[in-house]
Ligand binder design. Sequence first.
Ligand SMILES: [Zn+2]
Ligand SMILES: [Zn+2]
Length: 216
Amino acid sequence: MSAASPLRSGAASPGHRPQDARRPAANPWRVDLRELGRRAGSMQEIDRSAPAPDDWRVELIGVPAGTEVHLRLRLESVMEGVLVSGEIDAPVTGSCARCLEPIEDTLSLDVQELYAYEGSTTEATSEEDEVRRIEGDYLDLEPLARDTVVLALPLAPVCTDDCAGLCSDCGQRLDDLPADHAHEVVDARWAGLAAKFGTPSSSPGAPGESPTTEEN
Ligand SMILES: [Zn+2]
Ligand SMILES: [Zn+2]
């Protein structure tokens, strides 16, 4: 809709703020179906962003509350209700389950879902948790988007598919370390004893490099 909005005041403001989204009445997750109408076959395209609520997460990863979730959806009027199909893009942040490195990504998910009209046969013959409902003239996209996104969130996200995790000795990220990263297996107590009794170091593969001063 490019027609001049009644919200626009005479004073030109440089920023084009989405003023509708700031009004509590305009919930971008809700779709007013009066435009689509009930005639089977009519169609409406939706291309909009909506802020993520704060509960779209699993343990290690989730959609930051308030970030924009992008909806590119097609609403089709069918006999029993409205068929919603299209794509949802949601930014996700979290941490790698192996190395704890921060993860930033965007999930792009396909959706296809029927919302049943009140009073339709589908509504009458299905449970409320099986088929989504149209409430009056409105369809709420948020539960559909949330279920789609949260189900797609990995329980053990990784920064890369072959992330090697952390060194069990020093806790550093193995992918940041040289390939031959290793720790000398020298027991500190052994080293002390060896020096005291003058026995030559018996640890294989551990060259004696302790800078101990020797007394004569
Ligand atoms: Zn990692
Ligand atoms: Zn290490």
